[in-house]
Design a binder for this molecule. Structure first.
Ligand code: ZN
Length: 468
């Protein structure tokens, strides 16, 4: 039986207090830092999911989002490269729908069942924007989730599935829209969400031969907390005992990643034998039934939803949020040192840029980054193996803070990091509070957007303080 063999998630460190958006609003929502986007959050979730797994055994990666940083250029390949997966794998992006996450999950499940792959990684990430002042702005959060699909060591079997397609303009963005658009509330809710979800979940339960009482956890990705409560009751689930919390008060609706993130949260608390129901909505609806196996607690230590939600920093200045989103520009961004981006240089150096490969000397064992032909320790030449540094813990050897940088980053912190097991690297430090940085502080590496210029996004690894 095929199903979920591992799971992981990523919630950005930063939460915008809703009080900062409008007086009287309560709770907070997760917001990406200025150097994060759907690609970088997806990498973080993928790596969380793959903890303790052999990355060379993954046969494919499906990526789901409605906020891809490119219209033409695959994102799944960037995530696969940063996660250091093999090159002979299947990759695809699933986009344009809030059901993209569950669509990718269905495709991965079918691929495993058909035997065309053994293990497929499904990653969803989104950072949608509501226009300032709208309910969408209050409700949308940023985040990512990853699920590994396979047929051995299954932690949650996927037993039944039902999908419905529905052509409707209720919530959408045109090709050139920055902000979410929506038709009138009552129409969207009654003819769109409620109608379609009820039809889908009812048909799925009939197919599976179960009733609402047979479900331990109903994971319902509804667009607002009010609708979440209403549809849960209408479907026959007890909101107090059966329904997975919607997390609107601490995170928000994370788009195509939302159903997958709620599912990860449900799996973290699931007991062997528990039956879970997952539902997504977006121009139709997907509903599926999962059942936790005896392996459910055996996926090993990962941050998942719990640790990522518990570790946070509050942003209570709305202007910072607007700046990080690029909606408020205080100044022209200065061109960073290093000159223009070069696609050919990025391609040539791809192993040191995406999976952060350094070199390990075959003669003395010294680890070096960036790669160079002569070992600085023992002077032997061209005798190296590549070694991945992106998943190594490190400590700050020394650091500096520089105010000659863009205002949204100031001061820019450069930290020299010594990796466990050897190797030293000059890094930019992010998700940090300047006053808390000190020599010897433990750090890890995080995939971030370094700069966007010349029509390209340039990604790389920065250092961050440990989340737990
Ligand atoms: Zn050496």
């Amino acid at each position: 039986m095929a199903g979920i063999t591992s799971y992981g998630a990523y919630v950005p460190l930063w939460r915008l207090s809703r009080e900062a958006i409008m007086k009287g609003l309560r709770g907070e929502k997760s917001i990406r830092n200025f150097d994060e986007d759907s690609t970088t959050m997806a990498v973080a979730a993928a790596i969380d999911c793959l903890k303790g797994k052999d990355r060379a055994a993954i046969d494919g990666l499906f990526f789901a989002t409605t906020t891809a940083p490119y219209k033409e250029k695959q994102i799944a390949t960037t995530i696969a490269a940063a996660a250091d997966l093999r090159q002979d794998i299947i990759t695809a992006d699933f986009t344009n729908s809030l059901r993209a996450g569950t669509a990718a999950l269905r495709a991965a499940l079918d691929a495993v069942k058909a035997g065309s792959v053994k293990q497929m990684l499904v990653v969803g990430a989104d950072c949608r924007m509501g226009a300032p002042g709208t309910d969408f702005e209050q409700n949308c959060g940023d985040g990512a989730a990853a699920l590994l699909i396979g047929d051995s060591g299954v932690a949650a079997e996927i037993n039944a599935w039902h999908s419905v397609s529905s052509e409707i303009h209720d919530v959408w963005r045109r090709d050139d829209d920055e902000f979410i658009r929506a038709w009138e509330d009552r129409f969207s809710y009654s003819k769109g969400y409620l109608n379609t979800v009820t039809q889908t979940v009812t048909a799925m339960m009939e197919k599976a031969g179960i009733g609402p009482g047979d479900v331990a956890r109903a994971v319902i990705a509804a667009p607002t907390p009010r609708i979440h409560g209403e549809v849960s009751r209408k479907l026959g689930f007890d909101p107090k005992t059966q329904v997975q919390p919607h997390l609107f008060d601490i995170m928000g609706n994370t788009g195509a990643a939302y159903p997958l993130m709620l599912l990860v949260a449900a799996l973290e608390d699931a007991q062997p034998g528990d039956r879970l129901l997952l539902n997504s909505y977006g121009n139709g609806s997907d509903a599926l039934v999962l059942q936790a196996t005896g392996q459910i607690g055996e996926t090993g230590a990962r941050r998942g939803m719990k640790v990522h939600l518990e570790t946070k920093r509050i942003v209570d200045d709305y202007r910072i949020y607007l700046q990080w989103r690029g909606l408020l520009v205080f100044e022209a961004q200065p061109t960073p040192p290093g000159g223009l981006l070069s696609a050919s240089a990025l391609f040539r150096d791809r192993n040191q840029v995406y999976p952060l490969h350094g070199l390990k000397c075959k003669n003395c064992g010294g680890v070096h980054y960036p790669p160079q032909r002569v070992c600085p320790k023992c002077r032997s030449k061209d005798r190296f193996d590549e070694e991945r540094l992106s998943d190594k813990m490190g400590k700050i050897y020394t650091f500096s803070a520089d105010n000659l940088c863009s205002r949204r980053e100031a001061p820019r912190v450069t930290a020299i990091v010594d990796f466990e097991g050897g190797g030293r690297m000059a890094t930019i430090m992010t998700d940090r509070v300047l006053e808390e940085i000190e020599v010897g502080m433990p750090v890890e590496m995080s995939f971030r957007k370094l700069v966007s210029q010349d029509g390209m996004h340039n990604y790389g690894w920065k250092s961050v303080p440990l989340r737990s």
